[in-house]
Design a binder for this molecule. Structure first.
Ligand SMILES: *Cc1c(COP(=O)(O)O)cnc(C)c1O
Length: 456
């Protein structure tokens, strides 16, 4: 009996029906009107994947100004991981708004910042003393991770992997793999950034150890370990197409970094915070990074990011060297504490595993019927399919970005929001909130099935 009551209390209460419903053209008339207003005043450099203007969001559903309800498989690119307008996040942020909105931690501090740093020290991989600095965005976390590593090592060079994405600031533009659209025309870029081969099992067929040997050989030849401050790696690459490295790749790189005094940094901005069924995706690979970057999912939709890592590395910076006006804002920190607590209290790591099972089972069935599905990969609620040209699945694996675009457009018309990814734009990614139920997933997969059929 107690169990029943607990189960009822634990069940999420949704303020928006968790069902898709399309009542107008997509985009509808009100969205089109807003889009006209926007075109007059918002820079063309800011694009929108689907220009439907959102009025409300809850759980896994977005409601637009025309009353259309979309099943959201993007979650603001993995930000609203525990669900849109999740009740505990809303309550924590609203409460904090009443108490204190801003002081600036580097002038007069407050507990919420300290609490987030405690939770990060506890939840990031590695059983050693850890410290954090809080900032505003993923790119800012990357910038600070590099800055901290350079200070600690006294070295200049930064290494990243092929197919990586790290942000849109000057340094991070230089760290991305793809020039277009992120870097085109925005140079000159930061120097001393080196792009090394990654592990891409679907396309390189290498074991983790062999892929790591290739990466290390490249770094030793092109940079030299003694000049290398840090190697920044996404344990599962996000924008690059949810590329999951072969087992052994990450720990082998970490061992090499440790041996040569290189700081290895996990960019867990997209893959962290319960997204993959672990607190941090590094755990899937037995990787314990020196520094871990958190952002997207950390505060339920409020802007917050962090660099967390070995205390001796984090403390190499002089007082005043790290920080910023809005970094670790009290409202964002209060929301983050609620996110950590909600993941724990609601068993959300297991929800991510459930989502992986339901999604991959459905996608395997589609793969049997549609030969443009080349690869299915990912962990937890971070799953993708890589699409190839018909007839090339077992041979040249020619990227098929047209199919991805068509499927996304078809799904949007039918009330499902999917995102693309991948260096060639040929990856369809599933990045739902952990609140998405199996029925919604199956419903979205039926829409996807129809979309494949419509490809002809
Ligand atoms: C989104 C993302 C970033 C950049 O974060 P912003 O908050 O957009 O600056 C960096 N790294 C990864 C892996 C990301 O997914």
């Amino acid at each position: 009996m107690t169990d029943t009551i607990d189960a009822q209390e634990a069940a999420p209460v949704f303020t928006v029906p968790q069902e898709r419903k399309i009542v107008t053209a997509v985009p509808g008339p009100k969205s089109q009107e807003l889009h006209e207003r926007r075109r007059a005043v918002v820079s063309d450099g800011v694009s929108s994947a689907l220009p439907v203007y959102i009025e409300r969001a809850n759980g896994a559903i977005l409601v637009d100004v025309d009353g259309n309800r979309f099943v959201d498989f993007g979650a603001g690119i993995g930000v609203t991981t525990i669900g849109h307008t999740e009740a505990s996040v809303v309550a924590a942020a609203a409460g904090q708004l009443q108490d204190v909105i801003h002081t600036l931690f580097t002038i007069t501090p407050y507990e919420e910042y300290v609490r987030v740093a405690e939770l990060l020290a506890e939840r990031t991989p590695g059983d050693w003393a850890k410290k954090s600095v809080l900032v505003n965005s993923g790119a800012e976390a990357v910038e600070n991770g590099v800055k901290i590593a350079r200070k600690f090592t006294g070295r200049r060079a930064v290494a990243v992997l092929d197919h990586a994405y790290h942000g849109r600031t000057n340094l991070t533009m230089a760290m991305n793999y793809k020039a277009h659209p992120y870097a085109t025309g925005y140079g000159p870029f930061a120097g001393d950034v080196y792009h090394a081969p990654n592990s891409y099992p679907y396309r390189d067929g290498l074991s983790g150890e062999d892929a790591a040997a290739r990466t290390i050989a490249y770094l030793e030849k092109v940079v030299g370990a003694t000049d290398l401050a840090c190697l920044v790696v996404e344990p599962i690459q996000g924008e690059g197409g949810f590329v999951v490295p072969a087992d052994g790749f990450l720990p082998t790189l970490q061992a090499w970094c440790t041996e040569h005094g290189v700081v290895m940094i996990a960019d867990e901005i997209q893959s962290g915070m319960a997204r993959t069924g672990r607190w941090y995706a590094s755990e899937h690979f037995g990787w314990e990074p020196d520094l871990v970057l958190s952002a997207k999912g950390i505060a339920g939709g409020l802007p917050l990011a962090a660099v967390t890592g070995r205390a001796e590395i984090m403390d190499a910076s002089q007082p005043g060297g790290l920080g910023g006006t809005f970094g670790g804002n009290p409202v964002a920190c209060a929301a983050a504490v609620a996110v950590f607590e909600s993941i724990e209290a609601n068993g959300l790591l297991a929800e991510a595993e459930r989502i992986e099972r339901t999604l991959t089972t459905g996608l395997e069935r589609l793969r049997e019927r549609y030969d443009v599905i080349g690869d299915i990969r990912g962990k937890g609620a971070m799953v993708a399919i890589e699409l190839v040209q018909p007839g090339t699945r077992d041979t040249t694996k020619q990227p098929n970005p047209e199919a991805v675009s068509s499927l996304i457009a078809y799904a949007a018309q039918h009330g499902v929001l999917f995102l693309n990814a991948g260096t060639w734009g040929n990856v369809l990614r599933f990045l739902p909130s952990l609140a998405v139920g199996d029925e919604l997933i199956d419903d979205a997969l039926r829409v996807l099935d129809d979309g494949f059929a419509a490809l002809g």
